[in-house]
Design a protein around this ligand. Structure first.
Ligand SMILES: [Zn+2]
Length: 399
């Protein structure tokens, strides 16, 4: 079936009305609006009514395995340290039956209805939960594979070196096909920073997987860890396959400029969620230096906190807002981090509104990309792989 999305304006060229022709799951042509012939019974036409078309939204940092979405409301206690919150989650997750396929599925449907067509999610792996989270998320990913691509990071939330057996589980996850391994605060959580980083990079070298490491550590400690990661990325020839998530340590002068240059040199990307009042990586300076930038929801309604709705257009707004962005250029940059830029960080180059790209489009009422980020309009239509999968905030695709 061919889908022609008639009369839309592309986010990067909003002054021109066009029709986007999708076939075989890809964009095969972009023509002036009103010039694409009917095409007969095998062609479906969708009237975009002048909407702005955004590329499919990319959530490059989620934790869907932890979610309580569609489940009970669980009050979150006052925030403690990261280590205290990890310990609480370890205690409570069994009580709520996490990870739970029903909650993950409900969340994934919400994310798609909000326009997300690609997700990287960090799934807890430790001797307590074993690979149950990986297997549960994999089942959900398989069920929704025609509407959204979900890839996992095997994530040692409870520590890698300090939690014996976790490294072996990461290796087993990779053997099952998980493409990326995670790390977490090598100093504060593991108290063995170089040991954790060496273990991650050695495993990546042995198996060919990528690395996406959570770094909440700040100040001179965080800055030192950035250097250690950059040095290993170069030494192991892993440019383009290492991501630092959250990256609080790069948010402050005076080391910021040096660290940005070092990440650009090493080919390390950043993923930010800009949640709560945490330090945020500087969007404009990173882009100017050529550091690839993605963004993601982080946790959505889970034992870590009550917020989140899987809306990556709202996340782009929050990233811009937390960066004190006011210019159209800055707003467009935030949208890029939530679409094509985010996809690039995940190693996907054929994501966008060009001929040859995967046909993922999100239609909204906005005059241009900057207004879409600033105003976060409802998603009128979501097209994934050349098929309409959601309309007016509801999943319509059969899965
Ligand atoms: Zn995270």
């Amino acid at each position: 079936m061919t889908l022609v999305v008639d009369d839309v304006r592309l986010a990067h060229a909003p002054d021109r009305r066009v029709s986007v022709v999708c076939d075989g799951g890809r964009i095969v042509a972009i023509e002036a609006a009103g010039t694409v012939p009917d095409g007969g019974a095998d062609t479906e036409h969708l009237d975009g009514r002048g909407a702005l078309a955004l590329p499919g939204l990319v959530d490059a940092h989620a934790h869907v395995d932890k979610t309580l979405y569609s489940g009970p409301w669980v009050p979150t206690p006052s925030l403690g340290t990261v280590s205290e919150r990890i310990a609480r989650e370890r205690r409570e997750r069994e009580r709520f039956g996490l990870p739970r396929e029903e909650y993950i599925s409900a969340l994934v449907e919400r994310m798609v209805a909000n326009g997300t067509t690609r997700i990287r999610t960090h799934t807890d792996v430790d001797p307590g939960v074993g690979l149950r989270g990986i297997e549960t998320v994999a089942r959900v990913a398989e069920r929704y594979r025609d509407v959204v691509t979900i890839e996992q990071v095997a994530f040692p939330q409870g520590g890698l070196i300090s939690n014996p057996g976790t490294l072996e589980l990461l290796e087993q996850a990779v053997a099952l096909g998980v493409p990326t391994i995670g790390g977490i605060d090598p100093a504060v959580v593991d108290r063995a920073p170089t040991v954790q980083l060496d273990a991650l990079f050695d495993l990546a070298a042995r198996t060919g997987c990528g690395i996406d490491i959570h770094l909440h550590e700040d100040g001179s400690l965080g800055a030192w860890e950035f250097e250690e990661i950059a040095t290993r990325t170069i030494a192991y020839g892993m440019a383009g396959r290492v991501v630092i998530s959250h990256a609080f340590g790069i948010a402050h002068p005076p080391t910021q400029e040096r660290l940005i240059a070092r990440l650009a040199e090493a080919g390390v990307a950043l993923a930010t969620a800009a949640v709560y009042d945490v330090p945020v990586p500087p969007l404009l300076a990173l882009d100017a230096a050529g550091v690839p930038l993605a963004c993601g929801s982080d946790g959505i309604r889970d034992l870590w906190g009550p917020f989140g709705d899987g809306d990556m257009l709202r996340r782009a707004m929050l990233v811009a807002y937390r960066n004190s962005v006011r210019t159209d250029e800055g707003l467009e940059l935030a949208l890029r981090a939530a679409t094509t830029g985010g996809a690039g960080v995940l190693g996907v180059q054929d994501h966008g509104l060009d001929v040859g790209c995967v046909a993922d489009l999100v239609l909204v009422d906005a005059r241009n990309a900057a207004e879409a980020v600033a105003s976060v309009p409802p998603r009128r239509v979501v097209v994934s792989r050349g098929r309409v999968v959601a309309m007016d905030g509801t999943l319509t695709a059969k899965v």
